[in-house]
Design a protein around this ligand. Structure first.
Ligand SMILES: NC(=O)c1ccc[n+]([C@@H]2O[C@H](COP(=O)([O-])OP(=O)(O)OC[C@H]3O[C@@H](n4cnc5c(N)ncnc54)[C@H](O)[C@@H]3O)[C@@H](O)[C@H]2O)c1
Ligand SMILES: O=c1ccn([C@@H]2O[C@H](COP(=O)(O)OP(=O)(O)O[C@H]3O[C@H](CO)[C@@H](O)[C@H](O)[C@H]3O)[C@@H](O)[C@H]2O)c(=O)[nH]1
Length: 447
């Protein structure tokens, strides 16, 4: 099958590469000329484990190509995927300008039937908008060509995108168009070889809402646990024991109940806000979702608040080591990353930072060019030398078993503030650290 994908970001590239990998001819389209020129040279704009190999082998096999040429994009295939960004506007609502632009691109050029598949995360009713843009475009050209606009939200996680796309829990398709359903069954058959019921068909609006429902529920679980961790902190209970205690109930489960320094990334913060905005536009005050969002905003300040307590609210002239900058491991994505809130608060209060992240440092430098305030160094151990405390933002695997003796002797003061609960508090105290983390007691004994 021939497939066109508009948007060569996380979703477009992963979708394009993997749909090509099962034997289709895919054309990835982007308006960013530099991105496309780099992709043509084999330079991948994002860090996503395994993606470069999949792209390389499919380009070599002539199944995957990149272009900025919109005429070629529309002519290439019947199946036209939209995977462009839907960033938050000022009021939190999703900005639909890029999706609308793709719809117009297709409308202005199509000469034969199309199935337009929307993979971007979009507010309910966007399918209707895309359908109208295409109808208006065809009418303006005096054309009458059949087309279907369907919803097919994407559920992949950054850092695990290939596995998620190849072995999806479910593939949600929102349409009542039989022909489009058949195209989707054929396209996705290689991704659900042993379980055809992974394809879930529903109305377009329900499909659009399903995406926001999934992300909002996951965000709710995290904010719930973060709120509980703050309560546990004040009561001397251990949130990690509570997590194990509640997760063993299959109705609750162990997934997505890890407390931390707040959820980040390009999806949860934006999608929770967008659903709140959609509810507001429809005269509904989404109180629970607003609380989820606000708990998360506060949680991103928890590490800094803990730091200030340890320094009697004065960190002027102090330098702090920070491990982990990306919003989660296995990605270089810094969008809405809690590390940025922490680092900015330290700067605001007169402190400086020396940081290390296995992949996100180049990206971080774009945000903070001042090398005096933010030093970026090559290893986790180099980060701590002569600093006043270590703060941990991201649970990269390489931070799990540090050399505690080396760590202690490098720090001016043996203080570790851990936003991901990586270590055993008792063990840290035994090694002479003051160990502060999220919702766990027994950490204040200083040797
Ligand atoms: N990142 C994720 O993990 C993830 C997962 C599931 C769903 N989503 C959703 O998928 C959508 C895309 O997210 P992303 O992270 O891939 O975005 P991204 O910002 O990484 O990439 C979007 C790309 O679209 C391009 N673009 C903009 N206008 C265009 C146009 N008119 N024609 C062609 N290309 C155009 C941009 O140049 C950019 O390269 C969003 O709605 C997002 O919420 C993202
Ligand atoms: O128990 C947990 C799980 C996650 N997080 C945080 O939540 C954020 C998001 O993590 P994750 O969901 O793994 O990453 P994303 O790549 O943002 O993926 C989410 O957002 C995507 C875009 O919509 C969806 O496709 C995915 O299904 C959904 O998991 C990160 O900051 C994590 O640190 C926690 O704090 N505790």
């Amino acid at each position: 099958m021939k497939v066109t994908i508009y948007g060569s970001g996380y979703v477009g590239l992963v979708t394009g590469a993997l749909i090509a990998d099962v034997g289709n001819e895919v054309l990835c389209v982007d308006v960013d000329e530099k991105k496309v020129a780099n992709l043509k040279k084999g330079i991948i704009p994002i860090f996503e484990p395994g993606l470069d190999d999949v792209i390389k082998r499919n380009v070599e096999a002539d199944r995957l190509d990149f272009t900025t040429d919109m005429d070629r994009a529309v002519a290439h295939s019947e199946v036209q995927f939209i995977a462009v960004g839907t960033p938050p506007g000022e009021d939190g609502s999703a900005d639909m300008q890029y999706v609308a632009a793709v719809a117009k691109t297709i409308a202005d050029r199509m000469t034969e039937s199309k199935v337009v598949v929307n993979k971007s995360t979009v507010p309910v009713g966007t399918g209707d908008m895309v359908e109208k843009v295409i109808a208006d475009g065809l009418a303006a050209r005096g054309q009458s060509i059949s087309y279907a606009v369907i919803s097919n939200p994407e559920f992949l996680k950054e850092g695990a995108a290939i596995e998620d796309f190849m072995k999806p829990d479910r593939i949600v398709i929102g349409t009542d168009n039989e022909q489009a359903m058949e195209v989707m069954r054929e396209l996705y058959a290689p991704f659900c070889r042993n379980r055809r019921d992974r394809l879930i068909f529903m109305s377009r609006k329900s499909s659009e809402l399903t995406k926001y429902a999934a992300n909002s529920l996951l965000a709710t679980k995290i904010s719930f646990m973060n709120e509980l961790s703050n309560i546990a902190d004040r009561l001397g209970a251990d949130i990690e024991d509570v997590r194990v205690g509640i997760g063993s109930d299959p109705r609750i489960g162990y997934h997505f109940i890890y407390p931390g320094c707040g959820y980040g990334g390009s999806c949860f913060p934006k999608d929770v806000k967008a659903l709140i905005a959609t509810a507001r536009e429809n005269n509904y005050d989404a109180k629970l979702l607003s609380a989820v969002d606000s708990v998360n905003d506060s949680q991103k300040h928890v590490l800094f608040e803990k730091l200030m307590k340890h320094f009697d609210n004065d960190i002027k002239g102090k330098k702090f080591a920070v491990w982990g900058l990306s919003f989660k491991p296995n990605t270089d994505d810094l969008r809405e990353a809690p590390s940025r809130v922490l680092i900015e608060s330290i700067f605001e209060h007169g402190g400086t930072v020396r940081a290390y992240d296995p992949v996100a440092m180049k990206e971080m430098r774009h945000f903070y060019p001042d090398e005096k305030r933010l030093e970026l160094v090559g290893t986790a151990q180099d980060t701590v030398d002569g600093t006043d405390a270590l703060l941990i933002n991201t649970e990269w695997r390489e931070f799990r078993s540090p050399n505690l003796e080396a760590l202690k002797s490098s720090l001016k003061r043996p203080l570790v503030i851990d936003g991901r609960n990586l270590y055993d508090p008792a063990q840290m105290v035994e090694h002479g650290f003051t160990y502060d983390c999220i919702g766990r007691p027994g950490k204040h004994a200083e040797s």
